[in-house]
Design a protein around this ligand. Structure first.
Ligand code: RM4
Ligand code: MN
Ligand code: MN
Length: 405
């Protein structure tokens, strides 16, 4: 194992010489937060096969324990998103207490209006009035769960769409969506927000009712200030510049949050930053540029692991977000502004790559030491026996509820 701490003095000297406000960068890194998803701890897979992982969490209690473990190792993952009904319990107040005892708080509530039989033709956009009502009732129930768990985010993703030309009316579906969202919006607990997620295709293959950020943004504008857009980094067509979308939404005050993951082809839900580190860096660069304008952005991971160890994958994702943020924090923004004003195309570009190519590992080791968490969380994970212990306690059975591919 490389002793990155030993390299910190040299890096600190270099960054200070470059004009970086090192104490400011360190303070920002100590305040970074990434929410992990309960469903990332359970077994999941593809439509071809779900490979059971030894020790994968089988219920919400084990998911909270795992989320608490990831937070203990990283220090920057203090909350966990729930998926309802996968994580449904009878006593939400007790679950809230349990999560606090595990060292994490309950974050976003993610309703599920895509797995029940009645949703074959959609949920809020279904042509059936009865199905629309059922979907609305579930979303309203999730607003109540938010109040009981202290969650302040209702994170909405709809599988709604059509598979064949002529199957349904696009405009009628749009009206149904707007109607349903308005009702749900009226049930949001005070001081909470509705995040509207978009995805360009899948499971629908002809049209999707919320296919892109513009559609989600238009809906948010109609609903009011408590509605914002959620950007899932795996939900765009190839070649989309996500950082530019992020900049636009931040500037309009409508960026609610992220679902971070990486993708090569479609909605692959791979480890954050594993295929796209420069893209992730550019996203964080826009967030740093926005200053206080990014204060309320919710940073969440949305992954499903098929062949890799769940916990190690989650820790790696959190750490990759941390590295991307660190690199974005050390961009020389004064010089960048000058280069941009002067029309210095490659000068501006080089200022970004300069930060991106900086090896921030010694800085992160230093920050982790200051925060009292392991300097190398992955090494600690591999040594400390938690995963082994869970494997022997929990076994390798595929759990029933939850995301099974
Ligand atoms: C979707 C979307 C949602 C997630 C579901 C399971 O593709 O990313 O956020 O909750 O998958
Ligand atoms: Mn998502
Ligand atoms: Mn997705």
């Amino acid at each position: 194992m490389v002793d990155y701490l030993a390299y910190y003095p040299a890096l600190a000297e270099q960054l200070t010489a470059r004009g970086v406000d090192l104490p400011g960068v360190i303070a920002a890194l100590q305040h970074q937060q990434i929410e992990t998803p309960s469903w990332g701890y359970g077994n999941s897979g593809t439509r071809f096969k779900v490979f059971a992982w030894p020790g994968a969490a089988r219920d919400v209690h084990e998911k909270l324990a795992d989320a608490g473990y990831v937070h203990r190792l990283t220090g920057i993952a203090p909350s966990v998103a729930l998926h309802i009904p996968w994580d449904k319990v009878d006593d939400w107040a007790a679950l809230k207490q349990e999560s606090e005892a595990r060292g994490v708080r309950i974050g976003a509530s993610n309703p599920n209006v895509f797995q029940d039989e009645q949703y074959r033709l959609g949920s809020l956009c279904s042509p059936s009035g009865a199905v629309q009502e059922q979907a609305i009732a579930h979303l309203v129930e999730c607003c109540e769960i938010m109040a009981a768990t202290g969650s302040d985010l209702l994170s909405l993703w709809f599988a709604d769409g059509t598979n064949y030309a002529g199957q349904d009316s696009f405009r009628a579906r749009k009206h149904r969506l707007e109607h349903g969202l308005r009702i749900v919006y009226g049930h949001l607990p005070a001081h909470s927000r509705m995040l509207i997620e978009y995805k360009f295709f899948e499971p629908a293959f002809h049209s999707t009712d919320l296919p892109d950020w513009g559609t989600a943004y238009a809906m948010a504008l109609k609903l009011g200030d408590q509605a914002q857009v959620l950007v899932d980094t795996g939900h765009h067509p190839q070649g989309t510049n996500i950082a530019a979308i992020v900049a636009f939404l931040l500037d309009e005050g409508r960026l609610g949050g992220f679902h971070f993951n990486a993708r090569q082809y479609a909605d692959d839900d791979l480890i954050v930053g594993s295929t796209n580190p420069f893209e992730l860096f550019q996203i964080y660069h826009e967030l740093v540029n926005a200053g206080d304008g990014a204060a309320n952005v919710a940073y969440m991971i949305d992954q499903s692991h098929n062949i890799e160890p769940k916990l190690e994958a989650m820790i790696q994702s959190v750490l990759n977000c941390q590295a991307a943020y660190a690199r974005a924090l050390i961009v020389d923004r004064d010089a960048l502004r000058e280069a941009q004003a002067a029309g210095d195309v490659l000068g501006g570009h080089r200022l970004l790559t300069e930060a991106f190519e900086t090896d921030v590992r010694p800085l992160l080791a230093h920050v982790r030491q200051m925060m009292g968490v392991p300097v190398d969380p992955i090494a600690t994970y591999r040594l400390d026996g938690y995963a082994k212990q869970m494997a022997s306690e929990r076994g390798s059975a595929i759990s029933t509820g939850g995301y099974t591919g």
